[in-house]
Design a protein around this ligand. Structure first.
Ligand code: GLN
Length: 190
């Protein structure tokens, strides 16, 4: 598969590496033409307000929304989860998202307790060590959304159709379970 990784800001290099380690080719996406022949897209961790701002400036906002609407498999980690959410709590005024995932996320949700932390959790039956950095959690999910992992009593990994989002950063660990789930379970049907 050819995996596109949105490369405007954030930890896109780590997602490129994880995609390659799973046996796929990966391209950094900074312009609309680079979206055209990809089989999947990853939205990295970083700063959601900066990424959406740059996506608008680079004329990628509507093309990515259209790609999501057309069924392209998309995985977002942390800021990427915020970018996929239909609704945000504690965003900046007027903060936009690409949307598509029928969830409400609370931005910087764990920040009031601990800014950044690591935790062992169960993701779709796999034990994994999760890294959270100023992470969102999922406040509400619509009925069609499957919860794949929880932390602090909130969903931190969700899937709806071809869209996957995690509050944590598997790209910052050696564990490829989340990426493999995305490629093998979500993208394979395409
Ligand atoms: N707090 C960041 C945001 O709102 C997300 C942090 C991250 O991706 N590690 O975009």
């Amino acid at each position: 598969m050819k995996v596109g990784v949105l490369a405007l800001q954030g930890d896109f290099r780590e997602h490129v590496k994880a995609s390659q380690e799973c046996g796929h080719s990966a391209v950094e996406v900074r312009r609309e033409s680079e979206l055209v022949d990809i089989d999947a897209l990853i939205l990295p961790g970083g700063e959601s307000t900066t990424i959406i701002h740059l996506a608008q400036n680079f004329n990628l906002y509507q093309p990515i929304k259209d790609a999501i609407a057309s069924g392209l498999p998309v995985y977002g980690s942390c800021a990427g989860m915020i970018l996929l959410a239909d609704r945000i709590v504690d965003g900046i005024a007027g903060q936009k998202t690409f949307g598509g995932l029928d969830i409400t996320v609370r931005r910087n949700a764990f920040g009031r307790q601990v800014d950044s932390f690591e935790s062992d959790l169960t993701f779709h039956g796999n034990q994994l060590h999760a890294v959270f950095i100023r992470a969102p959690w999922v406040e509400e999910v619509a009925p069609g959304v499957e919860v794949l992992a929880r932390a602090a009593d909130h969903p931190v990994a969700v899937r709806q159709g071809n869209l996957l989002a995690t509050s944590f950063h598997p790209e910052l660990t050696e564990d490829l379970a989340v990426h493999r789930f995305f490629f093998d379970e979500i993208c394979k049907g395409r």
